[in-house]
Design a protein around this ligand. Sequence first.
Ligand SMILES: C[S@@+](CC[C@H](N)C(=O)[O-])C[C@H]1O[C@@H](n2cnc3c(N)ncnc32)[C@H](O)[C@@H]1O
Length: 330
Amino acid sequence: MGEGFKDTPQRGGHGQAGHVPVLLKEAIDFLNIRRGGTYVDATVGLGGHSYEIAKRLGAQGRLIGVDKDVSALERARERLVSGHRSSVVGRDSEEMLTAGDESADWPSVELVHGSFADLANDQGPRTKDGFDGILADLGVSSLQLDDPARGFSFQAEGPLDMRMNTQSGETAEQVVNRVDEVTLANLIYEFGEERRSRRIARAIVRSRPIRTTAQLADVVSAAARPMNPAERRIHPATRTFQALRIFVNRELDDLRGLLGAVPHLLKPGGRLVVISFHSLEDRIVKDALRDGVKQGHYRLLTKKPVTATEEEIDRNPRSRSAKLRAAEKI
Ligand SMILES: C[S@@+](CC[C@H](N)C(=O)[O-])C[C@H]1O[C@@H](n2cnc3c(N)ncnc32)[C@H](O)[C@@H]1O
């Protein structure tokens, strides 16, 4: 598996298994890391992909890790800073943390709290000639999914939060208890691709107030019982939870914002790699790359999306739905 990939589960401070990076080797290969280059990991998460990027950059290199989630940045700091020098920079560029020593061959690492859509803003991190590569590994990490207090999972009782950035924005609880039935049905249909969205929205409105993940999962399950064996394979609340998460975090708008900015952020020869986990995201990525090719911005590196091998899926079931697309700036 190439040079020393570390895709074993990362262990957090509490001893639990952490996030396993998906399509790690493939992402690193497509990024074609240039020693001394400047790379952006737009979804640094727990730093799994970033660690492999950093290892290849050398002391002259620069890695910028972005995440909406402060606790993810803390974990990324543990992983990317340990024995190295780094800093965590807030939205207002105020330095929050500095740790570790200088390491002979480790790049400078900047961790930025905010949305990757902010990379389109002038205040975002910049280089003189553009970035050598940008990676976006979309969606949630297992740090977020596995913590009931974050409210992402219907499999554990928790407050209905679902915000990646817990410092701002409306929670899923506020959304399900505020919006009218038609709007709720539309968002469940659009972002969850849920055919029974109207029935589910009606049940939610009738059951208000809804405060917890388990309460919402019960309401949705009762309203949308599986109709056939294929539907029985996924939990009836899966699509509604996906829809709320996408809505609460403005995931598709942020993705469009990032993809719109990338042609202006990369230097010629610079690489974009995006890993998506559901068809709504993949369609946006596919269309943006196709348009970028038409406009002369990109050379496509993946005619078809790259997916995980059977072996990776066995090791890490989360990789089953992953699709990687990559392009090179002309
Ligand atoms: C799948 S995880 C990334 C895992 C990471 N590649 C690793 O190896 O540890 C996705 C991360 O992206 C973050 N995220 C999702 N959308 C984001 C956005 N618009 N801006 C910044 N971070 C985002 C989430 O908070 C989460 O930590």
